[in-house]
Design a protein around this ligand. Structure first.
Ligand SMILES: [Zn+2]
Length: 331
């Protein structure tokens, strides 16, 4: 009987085995005859996979928070709790996690931040820090951010800018730029989530705010199966020229939405990100549960391990674990 492709599709057959083995840190089993010289000995256990700092974890309890954008995402429109995330990461060696704001109704932003800070402070899990939601340029932004910046668990701020409702050039308005510069003065970073055609706006914002650390989410949002990546490549090059911008290797599997894909489908994007940002400015983000639109978290991690497996081991460690501590100032 043939393996059935899962309803929403992700990896098929051999690719899934490769990805699963890579997720464990091991090699896929080689075909062919058993090695008679070692047949009497137990197989060597797989080495533990490289540790992961997941810089982009979402979870939400719809009894507490309203997420208006979920109305357009029926597959994600239910509770996703921290405990569900822990189940999704079993065996992946995720040792640190950073909460990423979930674009709640703006009236609930402070409540969302306060709740996740309290959860971090319990100290009973790998959840260490948070990037909270905010609206640079809004009236109470400076006051609110001064308060949250005093909390060591809060590392940065994000406002998603890639939705259809955000006009072009939004992040270049004077009040927006002023408040993003303020974040740098407060020791906070800003996560940039832009449409690929507007990465040039992000580059200009970075130039205007030299004291703020930026993290470009989701590789700049290219689509894995896009017919033309030239606009994205040009924008990526423009923003990567600014040394205070990091690139988060995240999000891209969600763009495959129902199409079957293989690790090598991700490689052109990941390789381009490495070429532009270099090994010291790339950081891994799982983007669970949004990644499940394209694959389970374990398959995404396994595929990325496969894509970077020929890079020097120290560079792999930087991508999955070490650069995050620099970009987000983790302890
Ligand atoms: Zn996300």
């Amino acid at each position: 009987m043939h393996d059935r492709i899962p309803r929403r599709g992700w990896l098929g057959g051999a690719a899934a085995a490769v990805a699963a083995a890579a997720a464990r840190g091991g090699r896929p089993a080689a075909g062919g005859k058993p090695d008679l010289l070692t047949a009497d000995f137990p197989p060597e256990p797989d080495p533990p996979p490289l540790p992961i700092t997941d810089t982009h974890v979402h979870f939400w309890d719809l009894a507490k928070f309203r997420l208006p954008w979920l109305a357009g995402e029926p597959l994600l429109n239910r509770d996703y709790l921290w405990e569900d995330y822990l189940r999704a990461t079993e065996g992946l060696n995720v040792v640190r996690a950073i909460y990423m704001e979930v674009d709640v109704d703006p009236s609930q932003q402070e409540e969302e931040a306060a709740e996740v800070v309290a959860r971090c402070r319990r100290g009973d899990s790998i959840l260490q820090a948070a990037v909270i939601s905010g609206r640079p340029g809004s009236e109470r932004f400076a006051q609110t951010m001064r308060r949250f910046a005093a909390m060591p668990e809060v590392k940065g701020v994000r406002q998603v800018l890639h939705g259809a409702a955000t006009p072009r050039g939004y992040c270049l308005q004077a009040e927006f730029v002023r408040d993003v510069a303020l974040l740098g003065e407060l020791g906070l970073s800003f996560d940039l989530c832009l449409r690929p055609g507007e990465l040039g706006d992000g580059a200009r914002l970075a130039r205007e705010c030299p004291g703020t650390t930026f993290i470009l989410d989701h590789c700049g949002n290219p689509e894995v199966f896009a017919s033309d990546l030239e606009l994205w490549k040009a924008g990526l090059g423009a923003i990567a020229r600014h040394p205070h911008v990091y690139c988060k290797v995240s999000g891209i599997v969600a763009s495959t939405r129902g199409r079957r894909w293989m690790p090598q489908d991700l490689a052109p994007i990941v390789d381009r990100v490495f070429a532009e940002f270099g090994p010291d400015r790339v950081i891994f983000g799982g983007d669970w549960p949004v990644c499940t639109l394209g694959a389970p978290l374990g398959a995404w991690v396994g595929a990325l391990r496969e894509v970077v497996r020929n890079r020097p081991l120290p560079d792999q460690r930087k991508l999955f674990h070490e650069n995050a501590a620099v970009a987000y100032r983790l302890r």
